[in-house]
Design a protein around this ligand. Structure first.
Ligand SMILES: Nc1ncnc2c1ncn2[C@@H]1O[C@H](COP(=O)(O)OP(=O)(O)OP(=O)(O)O)[C@@H](O)[C@H]1O
Length: 668
């Protein structure tokens, strides 16, 4: 495909050279002067922080248990695993000598402790060697800035990750992300180019190559239409990037359009490894595998096994998300825009059928007793996507297999007929060069509008929702995880205000040269494949952007999304039953703010900030499982009663009735 042109990356200089150099010339005056009183003082602090941090990166088990002994157990397990198909990474702990060298090279000791492996061979970059430009993204736990590397004149993206008061959870997550990023090296995976550490150790910048677009932003840009060959080009790159991750034993666990970044030449790179984790393959039966959390992957892209509570899953979770993206690229809209976990699962069953009896038996999924339908659902993927080219449909069928074992692998997907038949995947550089920054502008405008409305950042929105929405307790094995994430998020809320402060010119103190925000607009038309919407614009595409990652993201376990019914533009590839009306499970959790918002949601137009809607989790943190189940039962019964009353007074479509039946039939 020729889409693998790797951009030259400027990695940090070799640590050996650096430490030698430092020893030779600047040791006495350097910040890294470990004999200096300032550094000595921080060494003393650091040692206690190391103890608090456990020195190690988190596994999901640690997400749930958050204990050092868990880490140690994981280390032992991991280091003894051999012969892995997926080349399981070793949790290499660097020696004291190496750590010392890293500190000499200028790294804070706490970082050398938690992510020694990730910084090995690097020296820290200094903030003042970058000219910071505009803010280009706001993640839940990070802010992203465009900047110029003054040493190379290259434009880069600086992802600022804050961890309030060295909160061990936040530090562990950050450490995991950078360790994973450094394990990966592929043209279709975002490369970590370097790290900038701040004096205060309360934040860190991850340096990445700057990417002009993200796939969902680009797809939602007016006048931008994708051809089949272009969809193949993006899908091929996505699958190649994922293949690399999986081969290196990494599950991304948050594949969605807004995490697939594109440079000017249409090279796609998988970004945001904030939820990624290591995976050890199916052949490690001899050792008890550490459980993985099921509370990952943005709702619309989350596979059924996770919704059913699986903690023993693999690469197939990313394949499911990829299948959702493939179908979405053709359809011009998200294919299963659920608003709650229940609704998501119901949408999945309706489209993909429910799993077989054998699957329910063998998988022993924790939520199976609650969600197993009394009558199996028929699969209707082929009818729904009958307008897709047959080779594309065949791949969608595989990737959206309701039972994970049916999804194959990235390698098999890459070998599928879809990529072997004409029109072949375009060469990325042959595709239109889209005007930079369009979607970033949209995003920034939306953020600005939210700020003006007083809702503040995404975290604040979620907070607001958590007060409004009625979180329904449900069984979940990860209550402790949620508690720990909630705790973390309290930190994140602090981080929000801190990141707001970062926009303050006083932040120059961090050493950046600041350039004022510029804006750019422009369009570049291209024929959208098969979408018959007159303007070529698919407002629903924009909806992708609103869908947030779940774990460790929006506060109080709230996944934010834009209302699904917005996805109703006429499309050649429209799914057979596009009646995404509100079902009662949604109303159980969310009360639309007012009728205006509701109306706009249905139209799918207008300012996105007006259309925001939210879903709450089924699961509340902490508490006794029985009580949670009982409470869940009460909530469900109340909702069923309410739905029955509503049904008499309002027009309901099939979808609503089905969802109701689905839930009622399952004892709720
Ligand atoms: N290398 C890059 N080049 C350009 N923009 C980027 C880059 N990396 C991230 N961004 C922008 O910043 C946003 C936030 O980045 P990222 O997703 O890594 O952060 P996050 O805190 O994990 O976000 P989220 O809460 O959305 O998962 C992205 O959606 C993207 O628009």
């Amino acid at each position: 495909m020729g889409c693998n042109c790797s951009k030259g990356t400027r990695s940090n200089a070799n640590i050996d050279k650096a430490s030698k150099k430092k020893k030779k010339k600047s040791l006495p005056s350097s910040k890294a002067n470990i004999g200096g009183s300032e550094e000595r003082a921080s060494f003393i602090n650091i040692n206690s922080k190391e103890a608090a941090l456990g020195l190690l990166i988190p596994s999901d088990d640690a997400e749930t248990k958050s204990s050092r002994s868990v880490f140690q157990r994981q280390l032992t397990t991991e280091t003894t695993k051999v012969g892995a198909l997926l080349q399981p990474p070793k949790m290499t702990r660097i020696s004291n000598g190496e750590r010392g060298a890293q500190v000499v090279a200028g790294w804070p000791s706490w970082l050398a402790s938690v992510a020694g492996e990730a910084i090995n061979g690097w020296i820290p970059r200094k903030a003042d060697s970058f000219e910071r430009m505009e803010k280009i993204g706001q993640g839940t736990y990070s802010s992203v800035y465009k900047a110029r590397d003054l040493e190379t004149n290259q434009i880069v993206a600086l992802k600022k990750v804050r961890f309030a008061n060295m909160d061990p959870e936040s530090v562990r997550f950050m450490a995991r992300e950078i360790i994973i990023l450094r394990r990966l090296d592929h043209p279709n995976v975002m490369k970590l180019q370097g790290l900038i550490t701040s004096k205060a150790s309360g934040s860190m910048y991850l340096v990445f190559e700057y990417m002009e677009h993200d796939l969902s932003g680009l797809a939602s840009t007016p006048g931008v239409n994708f051809s089949e060959a272009q969809i193949k080009c993006y899908m091929k790159q996505l699958l190649r990037g994922l293949e690399h991750c999986h081969t290196r034993g990494v599950l991304h666990r948050d594949i969605k359009g807004s995490n697939l970044l594109l440079d000017r030449d249409n090279n796609l790179k998988i970004a945001d490894f904030g939820l990624a984790n290591f995976y050890y393959g199916d052949h490690h039966h001899q050792k008890k595998k550490e459980p993985l959390t099921s509370r990952v992957v943005t709702l619309w892209y989350r596979p059924p096994e996770l919704l059913l509570g699986s903690t023993d899953y693999g690469v197939t979770v990313d394949l499911w998300s990829s299948g959702c993206i493939l179908a979405e690229l053709f359809s011009g809209k998200p294919i299963m825009p659920g608003r709650t976990e229940v609704e998501q699962l119901h949408k999945i069953f309706k489209l993909c059928g429910s799993p077989s009896e054998e699957y329910w038996k063998r998988s022993k999924l924790s939520h199976a007793t609650v969600f197993k339908p009394q009558k199996p659902y028929e699969r209707c993927v082929a009818e729904t996507f009958k307008s897709l080219p047959s080779s594309a449909l065949a791949l969608v069928e595989v990737l959206l297999a309701v039972e994970p074992e049916g999804r194959g692998t990235t390698t098999l997907a890459l070998q599928s007929e879809f990529f072997a038949t004409k029109p072949f995947a375009s060469d990325p550089s042959s595709l239109p060069k889209y005007q930079p920054k369009k979607e970033t502008d949209v995003k920034l405008r939306e953020e600005e509008a939210r700020r003006k409305k007083g809702t503040g950042s995404k975290q604040n929105e979620s907070k607001q929702v958590s007060r409004k929405s009625k979180a329904v307790p449900a069984p979940d094995a990860n209550a402790e995880l949620l508690t720990s994430i909630q705790k973390k998020r309290q930190g994140q809320n602090n981080q929000t205000s801190m990141s707001e402060k970062f926009n303050n010119p006083n932040e120059d103190a961090a050493g950046f040269l600041i350039e004022p925000l510029k804006s750019g607009t422009g369009q570049n038309g291209y024929t959208r494949y098969g979408v018959s919407s007159g303007s070529g614009r698919s407002p629903a595409r924009k909806e992708l952007r609103g869908q947030r990652s779940f774990v460790q993201r929006g506060a109080a376990q709230l996944a934010k999304f834009s209302n699904s019914v917005a996805a109703r533009d006429a499309s050649h590839f429209a799914i057979a039953n596009p009646s995404w009306l509100e079902d009662w499970s949604q109303r159980l959790l969310v009360k639309p703010k007012d009728s205006t918002e509701h109306k706009e949601s249905k139209l799918g137009h207008g300012d996105k900030t007006e259309r925001m809607n939210y879903s709450g989790p089924l699961v509340s943190a902490g508490g006794n499982l029985d009580e949670m189940l009982k409470e869940h039962e009460r909530q469900i019964q109340a909702a069923v009663r309410k739905a029955r009353v509503d049904k008499k007074t309002t027009n309901r479509d099939d979808d609503h009735g089905q969802t109701q039946a689905f839930l009622a039939a399952n004892g709720r």
